[in-house]
Design a protein around this ligand. Sequence first.
Ligand code: ADP
Ligand code: MG
Length: 250
Amino acid sequence: MVKAEGVHKSFGAAHILKGIDLEVAPREVFCLIGPSGSGKSTFLRCINHLEKINAGRLSVDGELVGYRQRGDKLYELKDAEVARKRRDIGMVFQRFNLFPHMTALENVMEAPVQVRGEAKAVARARAERLLDRVGLADKAGNYPSQLSGGQQQRVAIARALAMEPKLMLFDEPTSALDPELVGDVLDVMRGLAEDGMTMIVVTHEMGFAREVGDALVFMDDGVVVESGHPRDVLTDPQHERTKSFLSKVL
Ligand code: ADP
Ligand code: MG
């Protein structure tokens, strides 16, 4: 579903991603861990067309990110084409970024109606279904300010799902939450995983990575230091940098 080969990204003189190689299979829960500043968010942003890579190849579902290939020539995608591709990818951030002037239901209906031109009745029915799926059927009429952080984050997940993405990216979805609210959000993510969604999850929740993850990558300073099955990496890390990081977070 996602393939990165020698992906580099710089911001000016700052070399952030220094040759990332990895593969995410369909239906896989792929966890990405690493110290702050190691380039995890930047990598997700590259997958989601929010940043352009400087070198290497990055593809989602067999298609290069940002380019169209014809023969052996590459053509940069136009903005409208990028926008169309981005609809296939759902992203959930640390901060929920809900529209504050819309109810939970309206937040979830917004993109299908505005971006895809879907009939309101159809979007509403799906939004109700999705809010039910994230355990918030009874909060459909609440505004974000009337919801806890964990509830807002579950609305944000429902909102991302409303576009029926084939890939979901989670960037530290529980890091901004009070500890007692983390479990409900992780439960929703676990349910998504059981339903077969392909997910890349940047997280510090090692319990989630161990129980739900199919693969785990430890990234540091813009490179993949170590990867494998979460159980193996977490219980028997091979590299000093991985050991040192895990000793701080476990
Ligand atoms: P992580 O998510 O692993 O904490 P990030 O990908 O957010 O790391 O950031 C990696 C590095 O890239 C940081 O040093 C950050 O300051 C830098 N960075 C990220 N985005 C930009 C940007 N738009 N311009 C300049 N530097 C950036
Ligand atoms: Mg980050």
